[in-house]
Design a protein around this ligand. Structure first.
Ligand SMILES: [Zn+2]
Length: 465
């Protein structure tokens, strides 16, 4: 939908990755129940104004765009006019008739207001606007509120009170650059010290460690992660059914509090899960990408992608949920063996920074840069059994050997996967077959399992099956 509107209304055929990311976050905020506050720090050249213009066309009610300078207001009005988008301008120096005309436009259905802090702060203007539901209040060049507010633009300091009065669904502050001090100041001036989400155009999240794991059994790797990685933890899955089945399974075998979240749940159920997860310091949430900014959990420690994300935006959006409090966090991707890290070059962080046009920095932690070996969990173990004990196994007997369940076991490699659950071992065997790492030869019940590239010649040594 975002792409369609971008093309139809703005003639833009492809959005920049960050634009899509910010727009998605804004739309999610508009979807939520509570009022949201977002500060977007986006370097110039990344198409900042589209980030709020596009959502303002998609929301039902009023969008108020606040600019600190008349030149910026005129610029924006000119852009809107060129695109055939109606807007009402409220600025200083207007005659009574001009002001009435502008406000009259609103009662005739115009949904975009372009104004400045001084005009917006006037009692009559504020009262007139309060008659409408406000979807978005956008403060552009928000750093000026911090830089100029105390010195010579006291009206900028009233933006927070104005936002409180207008009760917009989302209050957005945009700026091209912001030091930590300015970010804090904007939080206090525009957002009245209430919690806000910060989206930085700099895609680097130095507190997040990025890793990917190849596994013959994602169930096994996921179970290990859920039990050993810092929690709260979220598992992003592609479909609703999977969120439910994974949550059920994890809960049953880890005894942790695991729940499923997706758009198919009732609003009430989602609300309950959001409230639970927001408070939880140890919970595990299996979710589709429906878990959005409407529920901004700051202390999320680990994000697991159950499958390789389709694109870097999805990856950044999802992994970016972790560590919003600035403390160490982890982002893992589970891959099938041999599945390429298509969307990543070598270093995940470098790939993300390159794609989002951010400055390349020294990687603060990822599997590639730290030289972590990309081993495939379960592969060596199954290979060892099949290569060193080339017996005839059927499926059941192979599982028994790997798990160390049968009484007349082999001396070595017996029970090499004893810490695995049966369904995990089954998944691993299926993966070996599916990926052609192993072959089943012969009729059911009398099966040779051969390992690919194994020089071992299979002999018909018999084993009870
Ligand atoms: Zn790296």
């Amino acid at each position: 939908m975002i792409e369609a509107v971008a093309l139809k209304r703005f003639g833009i055929s492809s959005l920049k990755p960050f634009q899509r990311l910010v727009i998605q976050d804004i739309l999610e905020a508009l979807d939520g129940v509570e009022q949201k506050r977002i500060l977007v720090v986006l370097p110039t050249g990344l198409g900042k104004s589209l980030c709020f213009m596009l959502p303002s066309l998609l929301c039902k009610n009023l969008s108020i765009l606040v600019y600190p300078l008349l030149s910026l207001m005129s610029d924006q009005l000119g852009k809107l006019e060129a695109l055939g988008i109606e807007a009402a301008c409220l600025k200083g120096g207007q005659t009574r008739q001009e002001r009435q005309h502008a406000l009259g436009k609103l009662s005739n259905g115009t949904r975009i207001v372009v104004t400045n802090p001084e005009t917006l702060g006037q009692k009559a203007v504020l009262e007139a606007l309060k008659a409408y539901e406000v979807s978005l209040l956008v403060v552009d060049e928000a750093h000026t509120a911090s830089l100029w507010g105390r010195a010579f633009r006291p009206s900028c300091l009233r933006l927070g009170a104005i936002a409180e009065a207008l009760k917009p669904k989302a209050t957005l502050a945009f700026t091209a650059t912001a030091s930590d001090a300015v970010v804090k100041d904007i939080g206090s001036i525009v957002f009245c010290n209430k919690s806000f989400a910060l989206i930085r155009g700099d895609a680097d999240r130095p507190n997040i460690y990025y890793g990917s794991v190849q596994s013959l059994s994602k169930l096994h790797s996921l179970r290990l992660m859920v039990t050993s990685a810092p929690r709260p933890l979220i598992v992003f899955c592609r479909n609703r059914a999977l969120t439910e089945s994974l949550a059920r399974w994890l809960k049953a075998c880890t005894f942790l509090d695991c729940r499923a979240y997706h758009a198919g749940l009732s609003k009430k159920a989602r609300g309950e899960i959001e409230a639970w997860f927001l408070k939880s310091s140890d919970g595990v949430l299996c979710s589709t990408n429906a878990y959005g900014m409407g529920v901004d959990k700051r202390g999320l420690r680990t994000v697991v992608h159950y499958r390789m994300p389709d694109c870097l935006e999805d990856f950044l959006q999802e992994s970016g949920r972790a560590g919003r409090d600035g403390l160490s966090a982890w982002s893992w991707v589970l891959r099938d063996p041999g599945e390429k890290r298509e969307i990543f070059d070598c270093c995940i962080r470098a790939s993300v920074l390159k794609a989002f046009g951010s400055l390349q920095v020294k990687c603060s932690g990822c599997d590639t840069c730290m030289g972590v070996q990309d081993r495939i969990e379960g592969l060596e173990e199954i290979r060892a059994v099949l290569v060193h004990h080339p017996l005839r196994y059927d499926r059941k007997s192979l599982i028994e050997v790997l798990m160390g369940k049968c009484k007349d076991g082999l001396e070595s490699y017996y029970g090499v996967l004893c810490s695995w659950k049966e369904c995990e071992v089954e998944e691993a065997i299926d993966s070996c077959l599916r990926l052609g790492l192993a072959k089943a030869i012969g009729k059911a019940g009398r099966i040779y399992w051969a390992f690919k590239n194994s020089s071992y010649v299979l002999r018909s040594t018999w084993r009870k099956v």
